[in-house]
Design a protein around this ligand. Sequence first.
Ligand code: SAH
Length: 324
Amino acid sequence: MSTGIRWLEIAVAAPTEAAEAIAEVLSRYAPHGVAFDYGPISAEEGDWEHPPLPRDTLTVLAYLPIVEGWEEARQRVEEGLWHLSQILPFPPPRFRVIDEEEWAEAWKAHYDVLRVGPFVIRPTWRPAELRPGELLIELDPGMAFGTGAHPTTRLCLRALAEWLRPGERVLDLGTGSGILAIAAARRGAAGVWALDIDPVAVRVAGENVRRNGLSDRVEVGQGSLEEALARGEGFDGILANILAPVIRRFCEQGLSVLLRPGGWAVVSGFLEGEQEASVREALEAAGLRVCGRWAEADWVALGARKDAESVRGELEPDRREMRH
Ligand code: SAH
């Protein structure tokens, strides 16, 4: 199933106090998020009960797919890191082009079991034990975006754990690896329609849905808002973790029409500040009430509701939900 794609490995040797800020810059361009490599730990340094003290430096790693526009992305990464290094000094990044196989190995070595709210995201090559009440998501993201390592994915998972009610019907626009669609089904959604314009994502998401035994509740297809509008079905919840301009366009082109009265939308993929303000404005212009906000690093997810009272003249019990 090799696609023959090559990857640019970016490695930054970081003093511990700069690592988070460096990771944030890299995560803007790395579809699978960022990994921290603390280097080999020798037996003398510690054991399970006496862990070694944190080191002064670690390596922050990220992988950029060498696809159209990658040179610009590399340049932005370099600029972002340079600016940061003026405040928190660290050496310049090291770059290395690797093939898909090397990438898969490098990535798998760093990609670990991740817990977000009630969800446990287990890469297929790692073991994980579930505690009571935890919900398992088994994932092989392959080339598709959505491992849970990116802040926006985590924000959507948290939002979804808070807002989704069992039995709801959910639309996941830009499903990537299928992670949010699978999470919604695990959390009790009666049905999820997961769409992506990228055929690689559609294939990967389909495989992940089958791997999780959810084919009866999650339908994966190629498409976007247009396909959803064409089918004419209403949803209780919509998830869209893409990018500010895409979400704004969705708002203009009928996102809210797809929501049933009382339904919710959780959107992410943008940064706080101007991008957030523009998305908020677009949601409101579409007749939705923004009443949820989740943030991590500079990334934001916004939650909006289609008020039942604006349609039926009555209040929903949860209309006071505020999370600013
Ligand atoms: N939902 C996953 C993946 C998000 S990445 C997560 O939260 O981690 C964004 C995905 O949106 C990518 O897979 C990309 O192919 C897809 N995408 C980009 N533009 C789109 C559009 N206009 N309509 C539908 N999907 C789109």
